[in-house]
Design a protein around this ligand. Structure first.
Ligand code: ASP
Ligand code: MG
Length: 446
């Protein structure tokens, strides 16, 4: 069995959905389970509809949502009946919402219609192409969640229920991503972009061979191609590497969404719906297993708008809980620290730039002498031997030759050796990435 998840752009119009059907057809022998997002932009439209319904101004948004679905169905040559029930239900919901308070629960109910309709359209298109197929609302196959509306979590028992339910389905199931129901029967969502999460949960539930995330990009790139035109797709990454890249600013899969797959040791592929012959990127669960075959540096990313805080204090000598005091100030402002370095008499750390710096500096004043440096960026490199002996020195040699200064005290290596991060002036960050991309990726030294 394989799970094939198609995002909003992949089901964005009739032409895209026709591609989806071809892609599923080509994998038919692998027993696909299809999971879909709403048609592109429809979730935003449904949220807006929810707000406008409260004021009794739902007409325009209802028309838009209706016409996008009607048009798609018509262009595919399918029957308009496919979504008639959902559209009627949505219209009734909008009408009944006038003057009522709009809470997260109600918002989830509105949003659920996007996936409910796209699943029906995709299933109908597959059937039309001769692939016996059926649409399922996720709750009908056991996706039962807690009641954290807007950010719900499936109950642990959902996994076994979904495994049983899916085993009984003869057709190719097309399942709604993003949504579920509480035990009491209220509709929930798993958070924006939640269809990836649904796919990973279902993959883990059935013990899929692979989970494929079909998008409109070729895969995860070695770096942002707007910075380095030579950037190319990374064939394979470990979960830990993908996490580091996501954390330090790359637009890769949200690590949380593929956790269930990683825990079950199921590889996740990122593929292009519109170029299905490309292999894409495969994310595997364990860096340790990948390390040997990986390049020194596989990918590079930049986190911009970083501020460095330095705190000098003689108190560090006797370790009198000063660190805890510093962190409690930062925590009170809900600030997280990315890189931290300590010496006998000082601590330096990086935080996202924010408007409360002055206040924070004042609150920290009794821990020591504070200096603040803004306009910094963090560069992060991941790869199989970024932390091998001599690599850091060599990297900084390359950067030095290019005239780029790095803050030597702010170099950090992730536990397990998966990444190296360092701080530069923001104006130098792109150049740093260009230099390292050229040396380690374009020259493909191994
Ligand atoms: N349709 C939902 C959203 O736009 C879920 C998803 O696309 O993954 O956030
Ligand atoms: Mg979407």
């Amino acid at each position: 069995m394989i799970v094939m998840k198609f995002g909003g752009t992949s089901v964005g119009n009739a032409q895209a959905i026709a591609h989806v059907a071809d892609v599923v057809q080509a994998s038919r022998a692998r027993t696909p389970i299809v999971v879909v997002s709403a048609i592109a932009k429809m979730t935003d439209a449904l949220i807006r509809l929810a707000h406008e319904s409260v004021e009794g101004k739902e007409g325009d948004m209802l028309n838009l949502i209706r016409s996008v679905h009607h048009q798609t169905i018509e262009d595919l040559g399918l029957s308009q009946n496919i979504c008639a029930q959902e559209l009627a239900e949505l219209e009734r919901l909008a009408g009944e919402s006038r003057g009522k308070p709009l809470d997260v629960k109600q918002l989830d109910l509105f949003q659920s219609f996007g996936e409910r309709m796209s699943a029906r359209i995709v299933a109908a298109q597959l059937s039309k192409n001769g692939i016996a197929s059926r649409a399922f609302d996720a709750w009908d196959i056991g996706m039962i969640t807690d009641d954290h509306f807007g950010d719900a979590e499936p109950l642990p028992t959902s996994y076994a229920h979904m495994r049983e339910a899916i085993a009984k389905i003869d057709e190719v199931p097309v399942i709604t991503g993003f949504i579920g129901k509480t035990e009491a029967g209220a509709v929930t969502t798993l958070g924006r972009g939640g269809t990836d999460y649904t796919a990973a949960i279902i993959g883990a539930a059935v013990g899929a061979e692979v989970i494929q995330i079909w998008k409109e990009v070729d895969g995860i790139m070695t770096t942002d191609p707007r910075i380095v035109p030579e950037a190319r797709v990374v064939p394979e990454l470990a979960f830990e590497e993908a996490c580091e890249l996501a954390y330090f600013g790359a637009k890769v899969l949200h690590p949380k969404t593929i956790m269930p797959a990683m825990k079950a040791h199921i590889p996740v592929e990122v593929r292009n719906t519109f170029k299905p012959d490309l292999p894409g990127t495969t994310i595997v669960s364990a860096f340790a297993e990948r390390k040997g075959k990986s390049a020194t540096v596989e990918a590079l990313t930049i986190k911009r708008n970083v501020t460095m805080l330095h705190i000098y204090s003689p108190e560090f000598f006797d370790g009198s809980g000063l660190m805890a005091r510093i962190f409690s100030v930062l925590e009170a402002h809900r600030i997280s620290v990315d890189v931290i370095a300590t010496s006998v008499a000082s601590v330096s750390l990086t935080i996202d730039h924010n408007d409360e710096l002055e206040t924070i500096a004042k609150e920290l004043a009794d821990t020591g002498e504070i200096t603040i440096e803004t306009g910094k960026a963090i560069v992060c490199a991941v790869g199989g031997s970024v932390n091998a002996a001599g690599v850091a020195g060599q990297m900084f040699g390359f950067l030095g030759s290019a005239g780029i200064n790095i803050s030597v005290e702010m170099i950090s290596q992730a536990a397990g050796g998966v990444s190296i991060t360092f701080v530069v002036e923001e104006k130098d960050a792109e150049q740093a990435v260009k230099v390292l991309h050229k040396e380690y990726i374009e020259r493909a030294k191994r």
